[in-house]
Design a protein. Structure first.
Ligand code: TEU
Length: 539
């Protein structure tokens, strides 16, 4: 509370997909040593902290979101001593470290699930998960119609005839949160990481967790639920009971200083999302609406205004994010023709539908928009380099379980998980001294850190400047006043006097009075180019 508000309330946090960030031991996979070696880079970017995607022991069937041991680091990534060292070294650079808590499911290789399989139906070992008899004369049908997010039924049968629930991959059995033993275990895991010095947790699928006790059929499938105004009454998503669990976690966090929990809750309704932000629950919830928004001034303005009102109603503030390891990178999203459905496009990847130059301009403008907003911001590794989605990964290297479970009708999320290019040349462009677990496009030499560093017009330097100016002028400032500069222009002034103008048109517009402090495109006296943004200060 050094400035009268907790550190995370206006923070910029950088998401590290550990497998693809930096490889310290030449095996083609990122690791803890790699992160440690790049801490100076993160400090120079000006961020306040990092969130590390799951780094635990895991068969890696869903990129580590299939946890086999919540207290140990995967040997591919290092060991616990290195993790402790990372937390210590990060602190020296002024960086907090958030870890990923995966409470909805374990891996099928977790000791609990192995014990469940080895035990009888009705046993305490099975009661940690959701095991049910099937329907039909011989129990040959799944217990209900619930579908896996990754495709297919959410139920898999075991040899003795019972079925277990997995809302994601078959290797990710859902945990039973009605079981007190489960709740105790996670309180212990939370204490474990906080005691090691972690600043807190990003909580995976925070809107899942508790399932309706009677396991009724779902009227809607998952996507339908995500597009209805509220999920109340849904047997799987956003159950009211889950808030009791969150309150228990929060009680533990409050026994420490400055700890934080951010919810990954894909809930379209602001009023329902705000429930997660009540005083005794999460500190932050990602405002995914902005990430999902098309490049449209009115839509984005509506989202920003709604987020501020809804979070403010519970004494909180929005948490902005434009990309993460699950979504198509924004350079590609904003560069695709508006009538193209991204996920479908990934399958055929017709480049005539994609304008990367336009996507890059818009992504740079969107970065200035996001970094000018009140609240906290999460950046995803590589967005500060303007990396596009790698949409043409050959089928042979695809790792995301979505690909198989969807019967090859969805390509999955590997295209935003390709290892970071650090240098212009060299095998894997400096990601490691050998190869990288996913191939990088040749064009990434130009997007490498080395190639952008010091180049004022680069996306990297734009992010650096924006984060620095944000820190100097906006930290602690929670006021925003909308300005009307005409259709397809979004503009607002912050309490400090800083004004952000985003031009969604193709043609340039005249700028209001003010000195330009930062611009996403080369400056043009008194004008702002199309698909560009600018920050102004009072003259
Ligand atoms: O994602 C939660 C989730 O529901 C995602 O499937 C998300 O809706 C989708 O990817 C959006 O495109 C979390 C993790 O972030 C993801 O990587 C995991 O695969 C998933 O949980 C299961 O743990």
């Amino acid at each position: 509370m050094a400035h009268g508000f907790p550190w995370w309330r206006h923070a910029v946090i950088y998401q590290i997909y550990i497998r693809s960030f930096a490889d310290g031991n030449a095996d083609g996979t990122g690791d803890v040593a790699g992160i440690i070696s790049r801490l100076p880079y993160l400090a120079s970017l000006g961020v306040d902290g990092i969130w590390i995607n799951p780094w635990y022991v895991s068969p890696l069937l869903d990129g580590g979101y299939d946890v086999a041991d919540y207290r140990e680091i995967h040997p591919l990534y290092g060991d616990l001593e290195q993790a402790k060292r990372l937390i210590r070294e990060a602190a020296k650079q002024g960086l907090e470290v958030l870890v990923d808590l995966v409470p909805n499911h374990t891996s099928h290789e977790h000791a609990w699930f192995k014990a469940a399989l080895a035990s009888e139906p009705g046993s305490p070992e099975r009661a940690r998960y959701h095991f049910l008899p099937g329907r039909g004369e011989h129990g040959q049908l799944p217990p209900n119609n619930w579908k896996s997010v990754f495709g297919g039924s959410a139920w898999t049968r075991v040899p003795d005839g019972e079925w277990y629930l997995h809302m994601f991959d078959v290797s990710q059995p859902d945990i039973n949160w009605a079981n007190p033993e489960v709740r105790e275990e996670f309180l212990d895991i939370i204490r474990y990481w906080l005691d090691l010095g972690a600043a807190g947790f990003r909580v995976d699928v925070a809107h899942a967790l508790v399932k309706e006790a009677e396991y009724p059929d779902a009227v809607d499938d998952r996507e339908a639920v995500l597009t209805t105004p509220d999920g109340e009454g849904h047997p799987l998503w956003d159950r009211p009971e889950l808030h009791d669990v969150v309150r228990e976690w929060r009680t533990v966090l409050d026994q420490y200083e400055g700890k934080v929990m951010v919810a990954e809750a894909w809930i379209p309704s602001w009023t329902r999302l705000a429930l997660y932000l009540r005083d005794d629950e999460y500190h932050q919830t990602f405002a995914f609406q902005l990430l999902r928004s098309p490049w449209e001034a009115g839509t984005m303005r509506g989202i920003i205004a709604d987020a501020i009102v809804a979070t403010g109603a519970v004494g909180s503030i929005p948490t902005w994010v434009l990309s993460n390891h699950d979504v198509v990178r924004q350079v590609t999203r904003y560069g695709l023709s508006p009538d193209v459905e991204e996920r479908a496009w990934l399958l055929w990847g017709d480049e005539s539908m994609l304008d990367l130059g336009l996507g890059t301009r818009r992504a740079r403008a969107a970065a200035l928009l996001m970094l000018a907003l009140p609240g906290s911001v999460y950046l995803y590794q590589g967005e500060e380099l303007g990396l596009p989605e790698v949409h043409d990964l050959p089928e042979g290297v695809i790792d995301d379980p979505v690909w198989e479970r969807s019967g090859h009708s969805e390509k999955g999320r590997d295209g935003c998980r390709v290892p970071i290019p650090w240098t212009r040349t060299g095998p894997s462009f400096g990601f490691g001294v050998d190869g990288s677990w996913l191939p990088q496009p040749e064009t990434w030499s130009a997007l490498s850190v080395e190639n952008q560093e010091g180049d004022e017009g680069s996306t990297l330097e734009l992010y650096r400047s924006a984060i620095r100016i944000r820190e100097e002028r906006l930290r602690g400032d929670e006021d925003l006043v909308w300005l009307d500069l005409g259709p397809d222009v979004l503009a607002f002034r912050r309490g400090s006097g800083l004004t952000c103008v985003v031009n969604y048109r193709e043609e340039s517009i005249p700028l209001p009075p003010g000195d330009v402090v930062l611009a996403s495109e080369p400056r043009d006296d008194g004008f702002l180019a199309g698909n560009a943004a600018v920050w102004l200060k009072p003259i």
